[in-house]
Design a protein around this ligand. Structure first.
Ligand code: SF4
Length: 275
């Protein structure tokens, strides 16, 4: 087992690989204790990943393989640093006064925070004890495994709906869309605040019918405060190259302002609060 190590502050744009070579495989990771886990990095002052000022913790492990993923170095637990819940909470405690005074909190992202479900829950519980607002960013793919206890320590879900079309979703992520939609419906049923995030990738997810499908699905959900359009960018391309994995988007352009405006306009016209 890799030794526990200090988790370095950094950025989602840092390339970090091979930190815990003997970590288990993320596909069948089960750890009911959830005292230790694997993390990529954390950022101490995001204003983008939830309300107010946020600490964003990027955990390792993801079961999707999005063709445009900006952080393939978060896919495998073995690339992350092995850290304890206590270590994370000790660090978080030092930020808590500033986060609270700026109406923020912690957002756990990844990778996919639900891969290390118990580890994530323990961090969220600790953050609540510090009086912080809590959020996760998730694809919802493992949403069927989430229990009410997990949801009870979560103030906001940033839910990535990468496509409304099952075929496009499969093509883009390698996985099925249905679990994500089921999780979205469950959040709506219990009134859990959510922001839906949609990555806009030219010639991939930008089809008007695809956008229309997201608007139709989300508009009736009163718990969804925002639908956020996230334009594809090339800032993660260097990671694919460095990791020796084939990247399909070498020639994909960042969406034009006109395309972004069209998609936001479509979502608004469909009844969503979009930006
Ligand atoms: S869900 Fe996120 S971390 Fe996982 S492959 Fe897709 S973009 Fe990357």
């Amino acid at each position: 087992m890799s030794q526990e190590a200090a988790l370095e502050v950094g950025s989602r744009h840092d390339l970090r690989v091979g930190r815990s070579p003997d970590a288990p495989d993320e596909a069948d990771f089960r750890d009911p204790a959830g005292v230790f886990g694997y993390a990529h990095s954390y950022e101490s002052s995001s204003r983008y990943d939830g309300p107010g000022l946020r600490v964003v913790l990027f955990l390792s492990g993801c079961l999707l393989r999005c063709t445009y993923c900006h952080n393939p170095d978060t896919w495998h637990l073995k690339d992350g640093t092995r850290v304890s819940v206590q270590q994370i909470l000790d660090r978080l405690k030092t930020f808590a006064p500033a986060l609270k005074s700026l109406d923020g909190g912690i957002t756990i992202s990844g990778g996919e925070p639900m891969v290390q479900m118990e580890f994530t829950r323990h961090i969220l519980e600790g953050a609540k004890e510090l009086g912080l607002h809590t959020a996760i960013e998730t694809s919802g793919y493992l949403g069927d495994k989430v229990d009410d206890r997990f949801l009870s320590v979560l103030d906001l879900v940033l839910l990535d709906i990468k496509s409304s079309n099952p075929d496009t979703y499969k093509k883009v992520t390698g996985r099925d869309l249905a679990p994500t939609l089921r999780f979205a419906e469950r959040l709506a049923k219990i009134g859990k605040p959510a922001w839906v995030r949609f990555t806009l990738v030219p010639d991939s997810t930008d089809d008007p019918d695809n956008v229309e499908g997201i608007a139709k699905f989300v508009a009736p959900m009163k718990n969804v405060q925002w639908v956020e359009v996230q334009p594809f960018h090339q800032m993660g391309a260097f990671k694919w190259k460095a990791m020796g994995i084939e990247y399909q988007h070498n020639d994909t352009k960042t969406p034009s302002p006109e395309l972004i405006a069209r998609v936001i306009g479509q979502l608004k016209a469909g009844g969503c609060n979009a930006r």
